[in-house]
Design a binder for this molecule. Structure first.
Ligand SMILES: Cc1cc2nc3c(=O)[nH]c(=O)nc-3n(C[C@H](O)[C@H](O)[C@H](O)COP(=O)(O)OP(=O)(O)OC[C@H]3O[C@@H](n4cnc5c(N)ncnc54)[C@H](O)[C@@H]3O)c2cc1C
Length: 375
């Protein structure tokens, strides 16, 4: 199609979802792509507010498969993809109480066979990697040594840089206000009164995905944003936490990790809300810090340095929604990234690109992501 007012593909939203798709489309030979972002800057919403972690153990089987399949991309990125390492493999240890551990422990060999390199740790072993914990407050830990902290800025900017070098056009400050529908098919978007035509319009609007779907008259998919909060604070005087591992505690409902000389903590809140610029709730933070004080009494912070919230948007089965809308042809969903949109982006971006370019993919069973499962 080409030209100033027409593209093969228009992507709405330049978070990690839209950016990874743009990269894999361009890599697959399609550079006639327009990536539209409402904000002036990238990463203003969920992508810029995450805990920036690769953590392959996930309660949702499909999400875990997607993360495990994506992990090698971060552990050894394709040559020339990034200028800096994408992953600092500090390890992620998940702590469990007696009941949850007695369910999980027998499954460890199966997890290993499935590709998740992980092993059990006694509380004493966990303490060697994160010495401030009270070992009487959990039964055991599951360590995934290949996991760790991601450089989200590097990942996002690398996707965007490669896409642009292959012809993808990025426009910021470009809110999509409506859709062009012709003969029942979505054939473009309206941005500040300008109509831009496209063969395929991609909804990568993050927390706004359901709103965009409704505006386009697509199938109603219940994609609900849920707030999650993070705080950072200094470790106690004289404590060097920089070599500690990432700890996620099921019994305490908190996770924490070293973060640039400080500690980062999430109360693992999950409050459903309308799409918005989410802000932290002091009571949620206080309750999280109280639970954290049981897990690591000596680390209880005297003051908080930074606090922020972002939205994790879940579909009804908590799995991504990727594919053309079953009713509104030409409208392609790339939504429902939930709490793993960064760490699944190498596989999800590629799967979405394959479906747009060829209508099929060999990288994942795309039926499990298909929006038609909610029809
Ligand atoms: C506190 C927290 C911790 C998290 N931790 C992790 C983690 O450790 N690992 C991990 O993998 N994931 C994590 N996540 C989840 C991850 O951040 C998300 O899954 C991911 O960022 C979603 O990416 P996205 O591109 O779909 O959404 P977004 O990054 O929100 O991007 C969507 C974009 O669409 C734009 N947009 C919306 N409407 C329009 C419109 N009409 N016109 C133009 N543009 C529009 C928005 O401005 C936005 O920039 C976390 C999330 C939170 C909040």
């Amino acid at each position: 199609m080409g030209g100033a007012r027409g593209y093969e593909v228009v992507i709405v939203g330049a978070g990690i979802a839209g950016a990874s798709l743009a990269h894999f489309l361009a890599e697959g030979g399609l550079g006639d792509v327009l990536l539209l972002e409402r904000e002036e800057q990238l990463a203003v919403h969920s992508t810029g507010r995450s805990a920036a972690t690769l953590s392959q153990l996930d309660r949702v089987r499909t999400s875990m498969e997607l993360i495990v399949a994506s992990a090698p991309f971060f552990q050894s990125p394709p040559p020339g993809f990034a200028e800096h390492p994408l992953l600092d493999p500090i390890g992620v240890v998940s702590l469990f109480g007696e009941d949850a551990w007695s369910e999980l422990a027998p499954r460890i060999p199966a997890l290993n066979r499935f590709g998740l390199a992980c092993h059990a740790m006694t509380p004493a072993e966990v303490l060697r990697r994160s010495p401030a914990l009270d070992p009487t407050t959990f039964a055991a830990g599951l360590m995934v040594p290949g996991d760790g902290r991601l450089d989200v800025h590097e990942i996002l900017s690398s996707y965007v840089r490669h896409a642009r070098s292959r012809g993808v056009e990025l426009r910021t400050s470009s809110p999509v206000e409506g859709f062009l529908i012709e003969a029942g098919r979505c054939r473009g978007v309206v941005v500040r009164g300008e109509t831009i035509r496209a063969r395929v319009v991609v909804n990568a609007g993050g927390a706004w995905a359901a709103t965009l779907g409704a505006q386009a008259g697509a199938s109603p998919i219940r994609l609900v944003p849920h707030r999650r909060t993070i705080v950072t604070f200094a470790p106690p005087d004289g404590v060097d936490a920089s070599k500690w591992t990432f700890v996620s505690s099921d019994p305490h409902s908190v996770y924490f990790s070293p973060e640039a000389g400080d500690l980062l903590l999430s109360p693992m809140d999950e409050e459903a809300m309308e799409p918005c610029d989410a802000t932290p709730d002091d009571e949620v933070i206080a309750a999280g810090l109280a639970r954290f004080a049981h897990l690591a009494p000596s680390l209880a912070p005297r003051s908080i340095k930074r606090r922020w919230s972002g939205l994790r948007t879940f579909s009804p089965d908590r799995v991504h929604v990727v594919g053309e809308d079953p009713a509104r042809r030409g409208f392609f969903w790339l939504a429902g990234q939930g709490g793993c949109g960064i760490e699944t982006s190498p596989v999800i971006g590629r799967v979405a690109a394959d479906l747009i370019l060829r209508g099929e993919t060999r990288h994942f069973d795309a039926r499990r992501l298909d929006p038609a499962r909610f029809a």
